[in-house]
Design a protein. Structure first.
Length: 208
């Protein structure tokens, strides 16, 4: 059975997508609030904690960072050793990864406190996206709700999703993660410039 991993901040259209994937025979695996929204829409999902055997912790800071998740994303279908490793550990590959990130840019525009802004730095989301984009030949990775319709259309093709579409999706991931990292860097530079004590401390210790 093909499998899709879904973990999104922006829930736009996610129930409809989940329902469509279920109708195409996909097993759905999801996290926390995403799973609750999908289930509330009448679509059954497997909770990620049932896959990892480990509960979400630290208010959701740690939920997907686990070999049971990433092995299934990174496994190369044409690599016998990769597939043997999955089988050996009772894991299965993911065919689709649907993830979007915390709204860091929006939070930065709202000028919330720096410590609160740091909490908007997504760790698991970019990791999932980058892993899936790295394995783009085998995993369809969707980071933009606007692409849900395209995904379903490509899945409906008799020959399956094209290589061009897979590359298009992976490119969007690296656009997103690189731009997000740049925004985060900018905020930390701003905090450093404003905080003379931090700068003086770094100078005293020889870091600067």
């Amino acid at each position: 059975m093909p499998s899709a991993l879904i973990s999104v901040t922006d829930k736009t259209g996610i129930v409809e997508l989940a329902r469509a994937l279920l109708g195409r025979g996909y097993e759905l695996v999801s996290t926390g609030g995403t799973a609750r929204v999908i289930e509330a829409g009448g679509v059954p999902v497997v909770h990620i904690s049932d896959v990892t055997g480990f509960p979400e912790m630290m208010d959701g800071r740690v939920k997907t960072l686990h070999p049971a998740v990433f092995a299934g994303i990174l496994a190369r279908r044409a690599n016998a050793s990769d597939m043997h490793s999955l089988e050996q550990h009772g894991l299965h590959p993911y065919d689709i990864v649907v993830v979007n990130l915390y709204q860091f840019e929006q939070s930065a525009r709202e000028a919330i406190g720096f410590d609160d802004l740091v909490e908007e730095i997504d760790i698991g989301g970019p990791s999932l996206l980058r892993a899936a984009a790295k394995n783009w030949r085998d995993v369809l990775v969707v980071c933009d709700p606007k692409d849900y319709g395209l995904l379903l259309m490509e899945l409906g093709q008799s020959e399956g999703p094209s290589l061009d579409f897979r590359i298009y999706l992976a490119r969007k991931v690296f656009d997103l993660t690189s731009n997000t990292d740049r925004l985060i860097w900018t905020q930390f530079v701003g905090a450093w410039v404003k905080n003379g004590e931090v700068r003086r401390s770094l100078q005293r210790t020889g870091v600067l």
